[in-house]
Write a protein that binds this ligand. Structure first.
Ligand code: AMP
Length: 616
């Protein structure tokens, strides 16, 4: 393999984390992490704004979080591509101000009266990562592969791409974190099978099921909890200490912020110590009296955190069920995230899957190493890998009556393309709105709107005659382009969908759960909408035929058709699907018989038109 350190087109891998970020590159010796001048690899994903317009990024910024909390921005990854209403639950955990720009709901960070997009803050972190990489490599870096959680949606991936661009980096590929972890372990072309990536960090838990076939990676399912991690284990120890101190001395340490801060730091050290040893002891100086001594054994610590770890195992099982496999089908398990150093985590994962998980690589670095491997592939290294992901929620457009026509179904592998033909619902339309939605329900009012555009400039034609081909293209990064083309006139329009809202994985889970719970009700609604459309098409087609002077209908036939039309229109306004269905069938038979009798093949086709109709 060539040494990318020396090649002209260097591409680095970046793990852009919620808490820390780091960069790696593949050199002659294989993938390696890049360090700063002080030998540090982890760059805290934190930006602190100082007086006079200056700012610091990384460990210097993190050190400011206590003294400059309102102007020290951490965890901005949680805000990327999200609306303020999406992140409402996060806000109490953030000491800085999050607002919107007033025009949209998109989250903005407010510092000293200036608004920053999460992309801008993220770009400041990426600039720091770029500088560390450039100093380590002794050359400029302009291209990168950046990792994101597997559940990141289109808006969140776009936002990550934008952040890179602001930082002067081209993101050649946005790669899923679990896929990068599997790549780092070399679970690639040489093996086929199913890999579970269990990622337990400081604040979040993610589990992903990856399927590898002939070097193609596919994220088959994901699950997790955006608020479960090492911080909770620290809190469990803190609560225990507070309880014991209160019982022994009557002190309520909660009202002593400084003591509490000291205990927080000690609790994390105790936790880390208990990953290596069997006991850990803490001594706290209280204002008066004896120092308070507290010893925690590993077994006691395990009892404190077991319930939370059970939740992670339940998520693993949910992910397996979603991927329609059982633990016996899993070939490899990979551990990612600092909290997977806890022995109980390893034991529980091993018991669940019946195999020893991979722990050979540093769990804090494995994602960056994998990103570097993908980067070297893109830079022209000799590995032959493809990375594929799946679409978390179905994508489609609104059709007449508010029905949701799904073009790309959930769990389709990207890149993918889907095409469907539609038509108009009203005579002489020269423009139509294409409304793009995401969701699992049958009506668009229960789905999430991603964007809209207008296809205009085609000549007026009777309803049902225009042939509008709608194409959905989802590229390898999960970015969606929707194109609509009226085939008779060649009129065309398209958009890249940059949704104004992102979705959390919990929301995706909720949407799927709801679609299952409401399936019966949705089906009934959908059936009614479809019947109304069918009735509408029958009415429009028949009225058109009735208006043709050359039609050899008798007066009695005309009267009969007019009264049938009136009946269909009446039933279309009601909710009785059964009666409407019967009336449509009867009307269909009647018009069919008339068509057979008196109308040429072209008109028959007109009456039978089956294209989905778009809203007027
Ligand atoms: P990450 O977000 O992946 O960097 O993970 C950070 C979390 O891992 C923090 O909660 C750390 O306290 C925790 N952590 C790091 N090392 C250890 C260890 N040896 N034992 C237990 N937890 C650890």
């Amino acid at each position: 393999m060539t040494d990318p350190d020396q090649t002209s087109d260097i591409v680095i891998g970046i793990d852009l984390g919620t808490t820390n970020s780091l960069a790696a590159v593949v050199g002659k010796e294989g993938p390696r992490i890049l360090h700063d001048a002080d030998g540090r690899a982890l760059i805290p994903s934190v930006v602190s704004f100082l007086d006079g317009g200056a700012r610091v990024v990384g460990s210097k910024a993190r050190a400011m979080s206590v003294t400059n909390p309102r102007r020290t921005i951490h965890s901005v990854k949680r805000l990327m591509g999200r609306g303020l209403s999406d992140v409402a639950a996060e806000l109490p955990r953030l000491a800085y101000e999050v607002t919107t720009d007033g025009a949209t709901d998109l989250a903005r960070v407010s510092v000293d009266g200036r608004l920053y997009t999460p992309q801008e803050i993220s770009a400041m972190v990426l600039t720091e990562v770029k500088q560390v990489a450039e100093a380590a490599l002794g050359r400029t870096v302009e291209k990168a592969v950046i990792t994101v959680p597997a559940y990141f949606d289109d808006a969140q991936r776009q936002a990550t791409r934008d952040a890179a661009r602001i930082a002067g980096l081209t993101a050649l590929r946005i790669v899923n974190e679990p896929t990068a972890a599997a790549l780092a372990y070399g679970l690639d072309t040489s093996r086929e099978g199913t890999v579970v990536v269990y990622d337990l960090g400081g604040g979040t838990f993610d589990v992903s099921v990856l399927k590898i076939t002939q070097g193609v990676y596919k994220v088959a399912s994901t699950s997790g909890d955006t608020h479960l991690g090492g911080d909770d284990f620290d809190n469990a120890i803190i609560d225990r200490i507070l309880e014991l101190v209160a019982a022994k001395t009557g002190y309520d340490l909660k009202v002593h912020p400084q003591a509490l801060q000291q205990i927080r730091l000690s609790a994390e050290s105790m936790k880390v110590e208990l990953s290596a040893g069997e006991t850990s002891t803490l001594e706290i100086e209280l204002d008066a009296g004896e120092p308070f001594r507290f010893t925690l054994t590993r077994a006691e610590f395990e009892d404190l955190i077991r319930a939370r770890l059970d939740e992670t195992i339940a998520c693993c099982k949910a992910a397996l069920a979603d991927a329609k496999i059982s633990t016996g089908d899993v070939d490899e398990v990979v551990l990612v995230g600092g909290s997977t150093r806890i022995p109980l985590v390893r034991r529980m994962v091993e018991e669940t899957f019946g195999r020893t998980p991979h722990t050979e690589l540093d769990p804090d670095r494995v994602v960056a190493l994998g990103a570097a491997i993908q980067a070297s592939v893109l830079a022209g290294g000799n590995r032959d890998l493809l990375l594929l992901d799946v679409i978390p929620l179905s994508l489609g457009i609104e059709t007449v009556g508010g029905a949701f026509a799904k073009l790309v179904t959930r769990n389709s592998t990207v890149p993918c393309r889907a095409k469907e033909m539609f038509s108009t619902s009203v005579d002489d339309q020269t423009a139509i709105d294409i409304n793009v939605f995401q969701g699992e329900r049958e009506l668009v009012r229960d789905c999430r709107k991603l964007g809209a555009f207008k296809l205009r400039g085609f000549p007026p034609m009777p309803a049902g005659l225009p042939r509008v081909e709608v194409t959905f293209l989802v590229d390898a990064d999960g970015v969606l382009t929707v194109t609509a083309k009226e085939q008779r006139s060649g009129a065309e329009a398209s958009i890249d969908v940059v949704p104004s809202h992102g979705l959390t994985r919990d929301e995706v889970k909720g949407i799927i759960r709801e679609s299952i719970a409401k399936a019966r009700e949705d089906f009934a609604h959908r059936e009614l909408v479809e019947l109304r459309n069918k009735a509408h098409n029958l009415v429009v087609g028949t009225k058109r035929v009735l208006a043709m002077p050359e039609m050899p209908f008798t007066d009695a036939q005309r009267d009969d058709l007019h009264s049938c039309i009136a009946e269909l229109e009446r039933l279309s306004h009601g909710d009785d699907a059964k009666a409407l269905s019967k009336a449509c069938d009867a009307f269909g038979e009647k018009t069919q018989a008339l068509a057979d009798e008196a109308i040429g093949a072209a008109i028959k086709a007109e009456l039978n038109k089956e294209l989905g109709r778009l809203p007027s």
